[in-house]
Design a protein around this ligand. Structure first.
Ligand SMILES: NC(=O)c1ccc[n+]([C@@H]2O[C@H](COP(=O)([O-])OP(=O)(O)OC[C@H]3O[C@@H](n4cnc5c(N)ncnc54)[C@H](OP(=O)(O)O)[C@@H]3O)[C@@H](O)[C@H]2O)c1
Length: 270
């Protein structure tokens, strides 16, 4: 399946770093015209210049804080105003918070939910309708392997990603008869700025299987092309997620709590 038609564009949120930047690079290699979105205008402009040399097509830059409630509608009307037909939407912008829930500032928790859930839902709603009218389009929503387990010390983040996976999986079946594919991508621990922004303790990451952002992006695009509803990117993560089917429901959160408690204690002693 061709993801972006002649004259169409791919819009990537969170394109200034990590997995979003890797999506932008992978799409530029496929000669796709891009719209790059994040808060860091200078990083996006530098990336846009670099990618134009690869794809031969100028990438549009829209610097926006998507955690603001009016941002998705502004982004949508900006693309409409510029006459950009978004054939592929990559809802990637997001962040995590790794700390005891009651010690995390409330504004930061709500900002995360506004970005990970509200903005992703609004952008999907806004861009899905014209895709359906055109009878073609693809939406990739970046969830996480964290969506499969109630994650102590990542409680609100894991819940936000469980929403993304469930929402996207359901929508896959609504959109499919209209020529639009929706995929929930579930990366595991990936080498990006995620752990720094989340305040993750080094010990916890060291125990998890890792992937490069470039690999995650390639697997994501291939999952869209193959019209997959949900895709776990790392085979090693697939193994433990598959084993959840036979594990008693109480066990995974107990193990996750032990892992993150161990990491916190190890870091505090260091
Ligand atoms: N890395 C992992 O281990 C991992 C695993 C599973 C899932 N994920 C998911 O993958 C996605 C990408 O994360 P990443 O790992 O690539 O982390 P990252 O390197 O920190 O990138 C996050 C991106 O989101 C953008 N962003 C953050 N807040 C924003 C806001 N308010 N408005 C607009 N853009 C915003 C950032 O750009 P600006 O700062 O310039 O705005 C940046 O481009 C997230 O949804 C994350 O939950 C990551």
């Amino acid at each position: 399946m061709t993801l972006v038609s002649e004259g169409g564009v791919a819009l990537v949120t969170g394109a200034s770093s990590g997995i979003g930047e890797a999506f932008a690079r992978a799409l530029a290699r496929r000669k796709v015209r891009l719209v790059l979105v994040a808060r860091s205008r200078e990083k996006l402009e530098a990336l846009s210049r670099e990618l134009a040399a690869v794809s031969g097509k100028e990438a549009s830059v829209l610097a926006l804080d998507l955690s603001r409630r009016d941002a998705p509608a502004r982004l949508y009307s900006e693309t409409e105003g510029r006459g950009l037909a978004v054939d592929l939407l990559v809802n990637n912008a997001g962040f995590g918070l790794n700390a005891p829930f009651d010690e995390t500032p409330l504004e930061r928790i709500l900002e995360m939910l506004d970005l990970n859930i509200a903005a992703l839902t609004a952008l999907t709603r806004l861009f899905l309708a014209p895709m359906k009218a055109r009878g073609r389009g693809s939406i990739l929503n970046v969830a996480s392997t964290a969506s499969f387990v109630a994650g102590p010390y990542f409680a609100a983040y894991s819940a936000s990603k469980a929403y993304v996976r469930s929402f996207s999986h359901a929508l896959h079946h609504e959109a499919r008869p209209h020529g639009v594919t929706v995929t929930a991508l579930c990366p595991g621990y990936t080498n990006t700025n995620f752990n720094v922004v989340a305040g993750m303790k080094r010990g916890a990451g060291g125990l998890l299987p890792r992937q490069d952002a470039g690999r995650v992006a390639e697997i994501g695009l291939s999952a869209l092309e193959r019209r997959k509803p949900v895709r776990i990117t790392n085979p090693l993560d697939f193994l433990w997620i598959f084993s959840l089917r036979i594990a008693p429901a109480w066990l995974p959160p107990v193990l996750a709590a032990a892992l993150f408690r161990y990491a916190r204690e190890k870091q505090e002693k260091a």
